[in-house]
Structure formats: structure tokens, C-alpha cells
Design a protein around this ligand. Structure first.
Ligand SMILES: [Zn+2]
Length: 172
């Protein structure tokens, strides 16, 4: 990872930022417990909120990084987003099939899926909402799309018993 993509640490203030956004580091126990709390409270409304939060957090960060050091192409911007995603410990996402009109992405070793299974076992439906949101935000930043035009959902998930996590991203 080149230096302009690495998080910046302000040791005096105890703040780490990436693309102008503050980073908070949590283990999978914290992250899946927080997600479960939100799902328990909001029930069927939870996925939409969790995906929207992931999208907005990633879109704003990636847009700022693109403004500071523009990628050579949209495909490069998506690869850079995937590299950053992996560097933050969320897993290696393949964005090679994502384009301006959307597409499919797959994820190996999802932080959320592996974390969920290790904490509570299988779940009845896909659970990598943050990842779905991140992909929507990355596509919005790479192709300069309005976030309202993008929907993203996970269609297969390791946490639900599938072999891998895969996502369908659509642009309207
Ligand atoms: Zn998953």
C-alpha cells in the first residue's frame, strides 16, 4: 500500500484517519455483537440501515482519497478500494466484475461472516451488510455516481452456509 493510502495516525490526539474519516479499530467480537444488537432492535429494517451506513462511510472516504490522488481509471479506483478493504482486515474482495452498471463481487474470508460464525454459528440469511455498503460506496466513488442510484445486497454468505460471500450491485 502506498503511503497516501495508509491511515494517518495523530499520536498526540490518539486519532487515526483515512481519507479524512476517523478510523475506529474493533475486533470481530465487537463488530458482530454491535450488528446483532442493531438487527435485534430493528428487525427487517436493519439491513437497509447497515448497508446505507457502510456505503456512506466508504463513499465519503474513497471520494476524498480520489480527490487527493486520482486513480488512472474507474477500475483502478475499485482495485484501490478493494486493497484498502483488505488492508483494514475485512477480507479480500474481487471487484473485477463490477462496472459502471453494477455487477457481481465475491469476498473470501469475510471479517463479518467468519466473526459471526465463530461467535454464534450459522445465521439464516446473509450477514455481511457492511461489505454490501462498502461495495456500493466504492462503485459510487469510482464512477462518480449518486449513491441513491446504487443498490447492493449479499446473495450468498459464508455465515449462512454458502461456500463464499457474493454480492449483487445494481445501478438504476
Ligand atoms: Zn457474507
Amino acid at each position: 500500500m502506498s503511503s497516501h493510502l495508509a491511515p494517518t495516525a495523530d499520536l498526540e490526539r490518539g486519532i487515526t484517519t483515512l481519507g479524512g474519516r476517523r478510523l475506529v479499530f474493533h475486533c470481530h467480537h465487537y463488530n458482530v455483537f454491535l450488528q446483532r444488537t442493531i438487527e435485534d432492535a430493528l428487525q427487517e429494517r436493519a439491513p437497509r440501515l447497515l448497508v446505507a451506513a457502510g456505503m456512506e462511510a466508504s463513499r465519503s472516504m474513497l471520494q476524498k482519497l480520489e480527490a487527493e490522488a486520482e486513480s488512472a481509471s474507474a477500475a483502478d479506483a475499485l482495485r484501490r478500494a478493494a486493497d484498502m478493504f483488505a488492508a483494514q482486515g475485512f477480507g479480500r474482495v474481487d471487484v473485477g466484475e463490477l462496472g459502471e452498471s453494477g455487477g457481481r463481487a465475491t469476498l473470501d474470508h469475510s471479517h463479518y461472516a467468519v466473526g459471526w460464525v465463530s461467535r454464534w454459528g450459522k445465521r439464516p440469511s446473509p450477514g455481511c451488510f457492511f461489505v454490501a455498503g462498502f461495495l456500493a460506496g466504492a462503485l459510487a466513488a469510482a464512477h462518480r455516481l449518486s449513491p441513491e442510484r446504487i443498490t447492493s445486497r449479499e446473495v450468498e454468505c459464508v455465515a449462512a452456509g454458502d461456500e463464499r460471500c457474493s454480492f449483487r450491485v445494481e445501478v438504476w
